[in-house]
Each structure stands twice: as C-alpha cells, then as structure tokens.
Design a protein around this ligand. Structure first.
Ligand code: GLU
Length: 548
C-alpha cells in the first residue's frame, strides 16, 4: 500500500488537480496588472480598517487595469452571521467600492474564477489535499481533542513551544497501513500538512509595505482539512489565491506572522507565490498612548457610523487615501478638483507603523468635499440620508425648488461655503430659512448693538428707506453703509478702527443687527444671497415681528 491508496481512500471522488488548473486559466491581463481581493468572513460587520484595505486593494487593481474581487471566507461556520454577506456587500456599495468580481448577494456572484464563497469550494480543497497526501506531504491525524489537550499541557509544563510538530506530531509517523486501518475501523480524523520546515532555520521575505522580514521556518503540521471536510484559512488562502490568480495579497498585518506557513504551503503545492502587502492597523490615541481602533470601544470603527452620521462616502474614501500615502495631501492641494482615480497610490509608500485615526481630519475633508458638490448633489445626498435618519430634515427638503435655492447659497463659486461637514449638520444649517421654523423662535442674540430700542430704530429705518429686494449686491451694501452713517455709525470699518472713540460702532455692527434679525445667527453665509433667497415678503415679516 502506498500514499496513493491512502489518498484514494480518504477522497475517493476528488478530481485530479489538473482539472482545476485547466478550469481556471491564467487571466488575460496586461503586463503589471494587479489582481487582488477582499476576503472577509461573513460577519456582516465592516471595520474601518477593512474598508481601508478595500480602498487600497481596489485602487491598486484599478490603476493597473487589474481585477479586484470579493471572496467570502466562511470556513469557520461558528463565526457566521445571518445575511452577513449582504451586510458586507452593502457596505462596499455604500462607499462606491463595488468589486469587479465575486459575490454580489448571499447567493449570486459574477466572474469566471468562482465559486467565490469558500464553503462552495469544498471539492476543490479536497482535490488539493488529496494531491498532497499522494505525495506524502499531508496525512490523516487521529489525535483526539483530549490527546491534544494533554499534549499542550505537557508542553506548557515543560515550557516548550506549543503545537503539533517534530516529536509531538504523533500521527505523522503512522505507516500508510496503520492509517488505512484506522480509517477503515471508523476512527475520526483530520488532515495535516507534513511540514518540512525547521524552527532553527530562517526564511527571508520581502513584504511590499513592511520591507524585508525574517522569520523562523514553519515546522508546525497545521491542520489543512478539518473534521467537517472544510479547509482551514491557511490552506484555503493558498488554493484560492492560486486558482483565482491573485498577484498581490493585500491584507491586515495580523497575518504577517503567518508568512512562513503561507510560503511553505505555496511551495509544497507547487504554486507561484503572490506578492504580499501587509497593512498596519488604524490606531487611535487613548490616554496618551496608542491602540488599535477597536470594534468594541470605538463607534467610529464601524463603517456604518459614517453612513449614519451622513458623512459622504467620497470624504471617507478620500480620508483613507490620505492616511495611506503621506504625499496624497500635497497632491490634493495641487489638484483640488482632480478625481481620486488620478492619484497614483503606492503600496511601498505606506507607513509601517499604523496611521492615527483623526475624526477632525475626516470632517475637515468632508467639508471640502461637500463644498464642491452642486446644490442638486447636496439635495440628492441629503434627501437620501434624511429618508432613513432625519424626518425633520426630510420635511424641510420637501419643497425641492426652495431647498435648491438655499443649498445654492455660496456654492459653485471660487470660495464656496464650508459650514457643512455631514448631512446631520444640514438641518441646523438651513432651518432659519424656513418662516414656520424661524418665526417661532424668539430668542435672538445680538452682537455689539444689542439694545432693543436701537435695534428697532435700525430695522425700521432700513425697511422704510433702504430695503429694495431688486438691488444688486453693491447697491445693497452701499445702502447699509448709508443707513449706518445716517444713524451715526462709521460707514467703513477702517474709519472706525482709526478713531474708535468717535462712533458707537461701524457698518459691520449694523449688518450684524440685520443678520441676526433675519437668521437668528451672528455667523451665516453671505447675507445678500440669503436675503435674495428669503425674498421680500419673508424679510418684511421677520423684521416687522421685531419692530412691533
Ligand atoms: N478571512 C481573512 C480575514 O479575516 C482574510 C485574510 C486575507 O486577506 O488573506 O480577515
């Protein structure tokens, strides 16, 4: 009896690997095209760090005319969550990061290299496991959980390296006959790799992000096929990324220490190894120290947070590019209107230690992103957001024509308004433009000129003598200057500054009276534009209410 007999007994129906090698031929892509993937477990939850990996992987594929695909790694069925795949797909969609290939729903997929869900690839893994058994590179292991626990205990007590290796790898020494006999009598088993590695030897490896790394060789006879017939992550990674022709494995650096094992697996299977780029996690400042952004402690760790707050996807993606390459920021300054696609992202420029998470920076980017939106874009995005998250805002947006006028204030010019960083800010930013809301609000807080009689005097005179809705901006402002002068205020701020004791205030203070009376705020976008949108009737109503 030989290894082949053993392999046939274990996997009688597995196809020869040649079948799969031919079924999944080399991709026809141009030289240098990057094929890469996002390979989450279907837990439904997407961490900002995962989105970061997706942004980077997808961009690398895009800028080389390659392929970015989504593979669902569901071999650990304990971790599975109902509709977990949908949750992930929707999150990617929310951020405009739809993959080129892979799962498109719980059950559907696109692409020629599938199935893209590991639990549907059982036959494939078994074919490759059989191939290894045939060559004596993998073997069945009959050790029970109790035996393994006992072994671990002994190793712990003796303070030696834990694991199934060397003298501890009991089943690697069984003869083919012994193994066949055990299988025939129905002893349960799993399949282990017969690692040829030695712990006292080192391997050197070049990681695109981390640079040159050195590790001891892998000598653990790791499990490749579990008792349920499904592969472990490590084995599935090698088989899948080989058959799907992944050129670059871009993933979190928690996997960096698995490199010796992964390289060994690729080698034992006769596969060409992909390139690896291990991304450092996003960090957060905590009590003067740094720690990983945590799903448990930080609401901002979940990508759903950004959707719920109404931070536009473009801003989140732009932020992630910002922390990916430090030269992004200067590129953006030089090319304020360029598309993200035009930036040349480089994996080898990514930081080896993790980037520090900064919500202020995200909101700042978001402000700029929103400032470049047209009124129509702001309207559509905000409306969609409000449908789920803000019924009051939705009501305000009901009159689309009026809303577009409001949203058009200080937009589309060289210095657009930048007071909105997320859709959850919007209601507060526009609410005073609505008479029903504004006229019910009686508490106005004025600036330097705050005496009631004086305010009334200013407003009365303005309405009687100076207000004309048809004025151009310059005429409008000249009239406020005239009004100021008539009431004894300095008509220019400069004049006032030269001799402040001469006047009770200046044109700016008078404007503030008008601004607060019309909006309830001391700071707003351009008052002239606001008045144009409010219109004659609303302005008169607002002023008369105070003057009365
Ligand atoms: N399913 C693995 C994970 O958790 C994928 C790692 C990889 O990208 O190779 O994250």
């Amino acid at each position: 009896m030989n290894y082949k007999d053993l392999a046939d007994l274990i996997f009688p129906n597995a196809k020869p690997i040649l079948y799969y090698e031919e079924k999944y031929p080399e991709r026809k892509l141009e030289e240098g095209a990057i094929v890469t993937r996002f390979a989450p477990s279907p837990t439904g939850f997407v961490h900002l760090g995962s989105l970061y990996q997706v942004v980077i992987a997808r961009k690398m594929a895009k800028q080389t005319n390659g392929v970015f695909f989504l593979r669902v790694e569901d071999t650990d069925q304990k971790r599975e969550v109902e509709n977990g795949v949908t949750g992930i797909i929707n999150s990617l969609k929310d951020f405009g990061l739809t993959p080129d290939e892979g799962m498109t729903s719980e059950i559907e997929e696109i692409g020629d290299y599938g199935p893209y869900k590991q639990s549907l690839r059982k036959d494939i893994y078994q074919a490759y496991a059989k191939y290894l058994i045939e060559q004596g590179k993998a073997y069945p292991c009959f050790c029970s959980t109790e035996e393994l626990d006992e072994m671990r205990q002994k190793q712990e007590n003796a303070k030696i390296r834990p694991g199934y290796y060397g003298v501890w790898a009991h089943c690697r020494n069984l003869t083919v006959e012994e193994a066949i006999e055990k299988i025939k009598v129905g002893e349960p088993y799993i399949i282990r790799l017969k690692s040829p590695g030695r712990e006292d030897k080192k391997i050197r490896h070049h990681d695109i992000i981390k640079g040159n790394v050195e590790f001891p060789e892998n000598d653990q006879d790791i499990v490749i096929i579990k008792a349920d017939g499904l592969p472990t992550y490590h084995f599935a990674h090698a088989v899948d990324d080989h058959l799907m022709h992944t050129t670059h494995v871009i993933r979190g650096d928690e996997w960096l220490s698995s490199i010796p094992l992964h390289l060994q697996l690729f080698q034992m299977l006769g596969f060409k190894t992909p390139k690896y780029a291990h991304i450092s996690p996003i960090m957060k400042e905590d009590n003067g120290g740094k720690r990983k952004l945590s799903k448990r402690k930080d609401p901002e760790a979940a990508v759903s947070y950004y959707t719920e707050e109404g931070i536009p996807k473009e801003a989140v993606v732009e932020y992630l590019m910002n922390i990916a390459n430090s030269n992004f920021e200067s590129w953006r300054k030089a090319n304020p209107n360029a598309l993200l696609d035009d930036f040349d992202l480089q994996l080898n420029k990514m930081s080896v230690s993790g980037a520090l998470f900064d919500i202020i920076k995200i909101l700042d980017i978001s402000k700029n992103v929103i400032s470049k939106f047209t009124a129509e874009e702001v309207y559509n995005e905000a409306y969609n957001w409000a449908k789920t998250y803000d019924a009051e805002l939705l009501k305000l947006l009901d009159d689309k024509e009026y809303a577009l006028k409001i949203l058009g204030i200080e937009r589309g010019n060289a210095k657009p308004r930048k007071d909105i960083s997320k859709w959850s800010d919007l209601k507060n930013a526009i609410i005073y433009m609505y008479d029903e809301e504004f006229l019910n609000n009686n508490e106005l807080e004025y600036g330097k000129i705050n005496e009631h009689e004086e305010i009334k005097k200013i407003l009365k005179l303005y309405l009687q003598k100076y207000f004309d809705i048809n004025d151009e901006k310059q005429a409008w402002f000249d009239k406020i200057k005239d009004l100021s002068e008539e009431l004894g205020y300095a008509r220019e701020v400069k004049m006032f500054k030269q001799e402040p004791e001469k006047w009770p205030g200046h044109v700016g203070d008078v404007s503030t009276v008008l601004r607060v009376s019309l909006t309830g705020r001391q700071n707003t976008p351009d008052l002239y534009e606001i008045m144009q949108v409010l219109g004659k009737e609303s302005i008169e109503k607002r002023i008369r209410k105070i003057v009365k």
